[in-house]
Design a protein around this ligand. Structure first.
Ligand code: PMP
Length: 366
């Protein structure tokens, strides 16, 4: 079978060696005679998987001891509800910074459940950019400030961590976790759905400062209760055992590749290659200002929108899959998570040049 390259935004491509290990252990987990998906969730073998996953995550992201690592159900969207349910209520308010699709979804859910303030921080002039922090006017009494590190749909990312007191920052890192070193102690809570850089869908990794566990509301649904989840070491009920197992495999793989510094270096290199190709072309356009360009999800457009479908179809004929933009935006989007090999981006860039050459007679870039 010829190798294909998959640029889907999530569920995303998994590295070949991780898939191979899953295949091997799927039918017989380490001589137990049981499939990995049949292991009892309170049995020794699964507890070791959970503990190894937590230890690897702590090691790779240098998570300090005063932070708990939780494995929770329901993907990242569940956190949109969990944050307000745990921390907001009468007399409490949170700030939600809007920079695109997912930060908007987070605040729309929080608004249903509690009082929040929405801060519109996306500026759409010549190019798309995030407003400087002095324009945000954060609430002096906010319980937390929520933002999305990397907007998966719009391809807009924060160049660094906002300068907000560490007691307050709640960050959705679903599409960016494990792609660069992190200063975890600048955050109150970090969460990430796992179907991009951490494996498969259905699980959410939460890193939360332990003292906040004492500040949660009393009446929170059991499965949504951070305090209970920490106390029971993520075994409030049957956890998504397979997703946690795949997470462990992904973390092991990242460690073997040189850890988050190596991932960061690769991510810089790969994204630079693609942006160079876009900027040098007369056909493709990316509207995000340099400083805020995502290194991970790279959307671009062809002005003649009718060509998007042609591009996607021809890309597939060239072994390049998952390039159709999000349904809300259209266009093209290439997602370059940790599992994407350099060869995938090189092949995409070559295809883009050839595709453009086919339309070379008409300079149609804005
Ligand atoms: N936040 C971000 C930044 C995302 O990219 C996604 C999924 N694409 C979500 C939240 C929602 O994740 P889930 O489908 O796991 O709920």
């Amino acid at each position: 079978m010829q190798e294909i390259f998959y640029f889907g935004a999530g569920p995303a491509a998994l590295p070949g060696p991780v898939l191979a290990k899953i295949r091997q252990e799927f039918l017989d987990y380490r001589g137990s005679g049981l499939s990995v998906v049949e292991l009892p969730h309170r049995g020794e073998a699964f507890l070791e998987i959970r503990d190894t996953a937590e230890a690897l995550l702590r090691e790779l992201l240098q998570v300090p001891d005063d932070y708990a690592v939780l494995f929770m159900h329901g993907g990242a969207t569940s956190q949109f509800s969990m944050l307000p349910l745990n921390f907001l209520g009468p007399g409490r308010l949170a700030d939600y910074v809007h920079t695109g699709h997912w930060s908007l979804k987070a605040s729309a859910e929080a608004k249903r459940l509690a009082d929040i303030r929405e801060i519109h921080a996306l500026r759409q002039g010549e190019s798309l950019r995030i407003a400087p922090q002095h324009e945000w006017s954060l609430s002096p009494n906010a319980t937390y400030v929520h933002y999305c590190d990397n907007e998966t749909v719009n391809g807009i990312a924060f160049p660094g961590v906002p300068d907000v007191h560490r007691g307050l920052l709640a960050c959705d890192m679903t599409s960016s976790i494990l792609m660069r070193p992190l200063e975890v102690d600048r955050f109150a809570i970090i969460y990430a759905g796992t179907q991009k850089n951490l494996g498969i869908a259905g699980l959410c990794v939460v890193i939360i400062r332990k003292d906040l566990l004492d500040a949660t509301n009393e009446r929170v649904p059991r499965l949504y209760d951070y305090r209970r989840c920490a106390r029971e070491r993520s075994l409030v009920n049957t956890p998504p055992v397979f997703a946690i197992y795949v997470l462990q495999g992904m973390l092991d793989w990242v460690k073997g590749q040189g850890g988050v510094h190596a991932m960061h270096e690769r991510s810089q290199r790969r994204s630079a290659l693609l942006y160079q190709a876009i900027d040098a072309s007369r056909l493709y356009t990316n509207r995000v200002a340099d400083e805020f360009r995502s290194k991970i999800n790279i959307p671009f457009e062809i002005q003649d929108a009718g060509l998007h479908e042609v591009f996607v179809r021809e890309a597939e004929q060239n072994r390049l899959f998952g390039l159709r933009g999000h349904s809300s935006t259209g266009g093209i989007r290439a997602s370059l998570y940790n599992a994407m090999p350099d060869a995938g981006v090189e092949h995409l860039v070559e295809f883009m040049c050839n595709f453009e050459a086919g339309f070379g007679a008409s300079p149609i870039k804005r």
